[in-house]
Design a protein around this ligand. Structure first.
Ligand code: FAD
Length: 437
């Protein structure tokens, strides 16, 4: 019997359920719209999030709406696409149905594109007290926390308390940590002393801690060295081979040292969530789902995993692909290309990741870029970073909005969005925890 959620009608042909409208899920849904398949997109949010620019929301350069796109707008007039806000809670692979908080639904094809979450490596205090940045809501929480702490610092004469309120510690020297550190350093240089002339910004330190020997360790030595140097020029204290052990909300604990700070930004690792109902042996390291060269799960009829959540070994990537947007997008395209071959039992095309290069920005006129044929730093890499990110944004209006914001920030040395916006729960007059989004 066909189980119904949200009154979705029986498909005329076959039903493809896509869980997660991130880079992989959105690309799949767009490519499958206007086809004979019924496409059901399920996401816990009603919008797609452009994660590479979260750090700009966190540092008040962009509004959340500039990098979040409502699914319903994207799929207006796409009659074969149905969207529901729901959380995947489990799968019954024998009955071929998904279980969600709004009901159950049968599938012919199940596309798991649920991405990854923050990995705290079992450090409970850090999970409790640190701020992650894996959603637009979390980026907004960082913005609010930083602004709130500066407001609080005005109200105390205790230098130690002021220091803890002003200091910002970032953990994880990957692109996210580097970009956050650079953007906060620029706030300190150009904006905060103008907004808070009563505060002594000599007390404010920005720390970036990385447990491995270098920042941007997935990029070239050239990019690591350059970005490290750029950050130090921006007065960020960068420490490699340094692991943060604990954080109680006011003090950051290293091996033999403590740092007073009420703001710990955690960008140290990611891990996926296990989906109940899938066999234990399907999960690889960090709960990624093992798939073959066509994104198919082993032995589960019609179940595929794509993007960050998928673990696929390729000759050039024996430990799985990097968890980046291009892998998710290219896997989605490959699946759609193969779909009719799966149906006709013809030989599908094996996925082959095409590395188009990686970029990371540190600040104004400062970025690094690794392309297969050349490595770049400084202004040229920065211009490329701006162009590529602008072109990757969905919708002309958003692109224009971001371009205007960036141009304004560049010309005026000022971010204009330093609003402490905190929605209230109507009846209880309580703040909504934006961390939960
Ligand atoms: C801060 C940050 C910066 C980054 N910068 C870059 C960059 O510059 N370049 C780059 O290439 N990559 C970057 N990445 C990585 C890139 O964003 C990911 O590789 C990419 O998003 C993976 O796409 P995906 O479709 O697999 O998952 P995601 O894009 O994460 O999408 C997963 C979707 O699934 C939904 N979901 C999850 N669980 C459930 C559930 N149980 N029920 C319903 N829905 C669910 C989520 O709401 C989300 O919409 C960055 C990531 C972060 C966090």
């Amino acid at each position: 019997m066909d189980q119904q959620i949200g009154n979705i009608s029986k498909p005329k042909y076959k039903r493809i359920i896509i869980i997660g409208g991130g880079f992989a899920g959105l690309k799949l849904t767009r490519k499958l719209s206007n086809t004979k398949y019924q496409v059901v997109l399920i996401d816990k949010n009603n919008f797609h999030q452009f994660q590479p620019l979260f750090y700009q929301v966190a540092t008040a350069s962009l509004e959340p709406s500039a990098i979040s796109f409502p699914f319903r707008r994207v799929f207006q007039n796409k009659k074969n696409v149905h969207f529901r806000i729901a959380r995947l809670q489990g799968v019954d692979t024998d009955l071929k149905l998904i279980k969600t908080d709004i009901g159950e639904l049968n599938y012919d094809y199940l596309m798991i594109c649920t991405g990854a979450n923050t990995n705290y490596f079992g450090l409970e205090n850090i999970e409790e007290n640190a701020l992650p940045m894996k959603s637009t809501g979390e980026a907004l929480t960082i913005r609010n926390t930083i602004l709130e702490n500066y407001e609080k610092a005005l109200n105390t004469d205790d230098k130690q308390e002021q220091e803890a309120l002003l200091n910002i510690v970032i953990v994880g020297g990957g692109p996210t940590g580097v970009e956050l550190a650079g953007a906060i350093a620029e706030m300190k240089k150009y904006v905060l002393p103008k907004d808070y002339p009563e505060l002594d910004f000599n007390l404010m330190k920005i720390y970036l801690f990385e447990a491995s020997p270098r920042v941007l360790s997935t990029m070239s030595e050239f990019s690591s060295r350059k970005s490290h140097h750029y950050l130090e020029n921006l007065m960020v204290t960068v420490r490699t081979n340094t692991a943060v052990k604990d954080f109680d909300g006011s003090t950051v604990f290293l091996e033999n040292e403590t740092i007073p700070s009420k703001t710990l930004l955690w960008a140290a690792g990611i891990s996926s969530k296990r989906i109940p109902g899938l066999p234990e042996n399907i999960f690889a390291r960090n709960n990624r789902i093992k798939v073959d060269g066509y994104n198919r799960t082993d032995g589960l009829d019609g179940v595929f995993a794509l993007g960050d959540v998928a673990y696929m070994e390729e000759e050039a990537y024996p430990k799985g692909h990097p968890q980046v947007a291009q892998v998710a997008l290219q896997q989605a395209s490959n699946f759609v290309k193969n779909l009719s071959r799966f149906e006709k039992n013809n030989t599908p095309d094996k996925f082959k990741y095409k590395d188009l290069g990686s970029l990371a920005t540190v600040g104004r006129n400062l970025a690094v870029a690794d392309f297969p044929f050349i490595k770049l730093g400084g202004l040229v890499a920065w211009m490329l970073w701006l162009f590529i990110h602008l072109m990757s944004i969905l919708g002309v209006k958003n692109r224009l909005n971001i371009f205007i914001n960036w141009a304004w920030n560049y010309l005026t040395y000022d971010q204009t969005l330093r609003l402490l916006l905190k929605p209230k729960v109507k009846d209880k007059n309580k703040e909504i925890n934006t961390k939960a989004v």
